[in-house]
Design a protein around this ligand. Structure first.
Ligand SMILES: C[S@@+](CC[C@H](N)C(=O)[O-])C[C@H]1O[C@@H](n2cnc3c(N)ncnc32)[C@H](O)[C@@H]1O
Length: 518
């Protein structure tokens, strides 16, 4: 398989492994409702995705991302090339002085590669990733995704009609579409849901002969390909049928006989038309398979997206939102009602709105959004979802979709480059990390009673982590923490022998060596 190379690729290929693990800190002021799994994280998605790894590895069913297209436009509220100050300084750190000389495509690829790698690891085995992109980087993206996801897991390159007006001032073509590139984690396991049949599709089914079996439409008896050379069928009314020149019979003699017996052959209202087979709506699948071209009147256009955002923020604070319908379509076909949907280039938060609106009708999906820019995350992404949850004038759900989200900031690094715990790490940081890695669930920070972290399924978790050299599990502490239930106690040192620990129902784990690392 051909593999794409670019300047400084070698510097980013394994960068995800070297990244420090940073702690996610809930920001109560910006959160809304109880934390029931919806998250908005402010920070660079590289660090945010790494921090999610212990909890979401292999768990996300559907990823939608809309990364900067690298058009070279710096005038939007975010930089559409790899020029945001945080990303520039990240590039300088990872790539070094060479970073200054990279062309815009090298930079974009350096930025995307480690992020796509982490996204791949977060996906469930039967999950898929959908990436919005245009001609600036579509070809590079495909090459990198072939490399990271495997060529065989490429699913489709969907064309989305983003615009319906004609730009007669365009130099060459009037560009009216973007792409949505789709890769599965494992294409053999990934299944797309059917789309609901639309009113227009159902309206094609009629019942001109008052058939008690319900509405129907017809299909021809011939097909464009086949393998029968000479074919003729005589119906009970004496009409002979042969496939038109260059076509083939779609059905065998036996099938046609059966269809006739079931009164499923239609000769037109006057009984003189070319015979066709009746297909009943009731026999059709529940829905329809999604096509690879998505038109603006099905999923919305860029203008629709701006109108949708303007209905929430009259001052229209974000230039490039995607339409809610586009992301709803992705979530509907690529996830189930209890799945996790992740968008690590969240922008104005359209993915969150799509999930909340779908859940309002049915389901309990969760969204995880990441946005780099603090002003966008605070004033637009989270504010938009706050308004969607509580309702805004003119909304389809004007009393609000309901729901909640937790807003998280990226806090300090938990481990240093040697794997030791950062001396600045706080008790709660390490305690919540341990709880996550042990139980795969979030700890309620309010429930932490140092040294008690929390308990799950009759197992109590403790962390002794106060002062250097004093984090010791001795006999007195062990006896004070012991109960009939199993206790798992993390500390620097243990002065109790294994036999006594067994009698007290205690498992000792030494920090930092027995901490699970990501
Ligand atoms: C094209 S916009 C996404 C628009 C979004 N789909 C919507 O409907 O509003 C890309 C967003 O990704 C953010 N972004 C860029 N680099 C990022 C990074 N490294 N981590 C997180 N967000 C990033 C930008 O600030 C911008 O808001």
């Amino acid at each position: 398989m051909p593999v794409l190379n670019w300047i400084a690729k070698d510097k980013v290929i394994n960068h995800d492994k070297d990244l420090p693990f940073r702690v996610l800190k809930p920001n109560k002021k910006l959160s809304i409702g109880n934390n029931d799994g919806n998250l908005i994280i402010q920070g660079d998605n590289l660090e945010a995705l790494k921090s999610l790894m212990p909890f979401y590895y292999n768990k996300v069913k559907c990823i939608y991302i809309d990364p900067p297209y690298n058009t070279g436009n710096d005038k939007w509220i975010y930089s559409d090339r790899v020029n945001a100050p945080q990303i520039k300084s990240w590039l300088n750190k990872v790539v070094g002085a060479e970073g200054e000389d990279l062309c815009r495509h090298d930079k974009w690829l350096c930025m995307m590669y480690p992020r796509l790698k982490l996204l791949r690891d977060l996906l469930k085995q039967d999950g898929a990733i959908f990436v919005s992109i245009d001609d600036n980087e579509q070809h590079n993206l495909r090459m990198v995704m072939d490399e990271l996801f495997g060529e065989k897991n490429f699913v489709s390159n969907i064309i989305w009609q983003k615009k319906y007006t004609q730009s007669n001032d365009a130099k060459h073509f009037s560009n009216t579409h973007d792409f949505v590139v789709v890769y599965a984690k494992n294409k053999d396991l990934f299944k797309l849901n059917l789309l609901n049949r639309t009113g227009a599709q159902n309206a094609r089914y009629l019942n001109p002969d008052n058939d008690p079996r319900g509405v129907w439409m017809t299909q021809p008896l011939h097909a464009k390909s086949g393998n029968s050379k000479s074919f003729e069928y005589t119906f009970r009314n004496g009409r002979k049928w042969v496939p038109p020149n260059g076509t083939f019979p779609r059905f065998s003699i036996e099938s046609l006989k059966k269809a006739e017996e079931e009164n499923r052959i239609w000769f037109g209202a006057a009984g003189t038309a070319v015979p066709r087979l009746k297909k009943y709506l009731s026999d059709m699948k529940e829905g329809v398979i999604s096509k690879t071209i998505w038109l603006y009147d099905e999923v919305g256009s860029n203008d629709d997206a701006r109108r949708q955002l303007k209905a929430i923020f009259p001052e229209n604070p974000f230039d490039t939102p995607k339409p809610v319908g586009l992301i709803k379509r992705i979530v509907e076909i690529a996830s189930g009602e209890d799945d996790i949907v992740l968008d690590s280039f969240a922008g104005s938060g359209t993915t969150g709105q799509a999930v909340l609106e779908l859940n309002k009708v049915s389901g309990n999906r969760k969204f995880v959004l990441v946005e780099l820019e603090k002003n966008i995350a605070e004033d637009i992404t989270s504010e938009r979802l706050r308004r969607v949850i509580s309702g805004y004038k003119g909304s389809e759900f004007d009393t609000g979709t309901g729901g909640s989200f937790e807003y998280l900031d990226l806090n300090g690094e938990l481990f240093d480059s040697n794997g030791f715990i950062n001396p600045k790490a706080e008790y709660e940081d390490l305690a919540s990390y341990i709880f996550y890695t042990e139980t795969n669930s979030y700890v309620d920070l309010k429930g932490i009673r140092n040294p008690f972290i929390g308990s799950v399924k009759d197992i109590n978790y403790y962390l002794i982590f106060n002062d250097q050299d004093k984090n010791i599990l001795d006999e007195k502490v062990a006896k004070s923490l012991a109960s009939d239930e199993q206790s798992i106690i993390y500390a620097d040192k243990c002065l109790v022998d294994d036999e006594q620990l067994g009698e007290l129902n205690i498992i000792f784990k030494q920090i930092p060596y027995e901490l699970k690392k990501y």
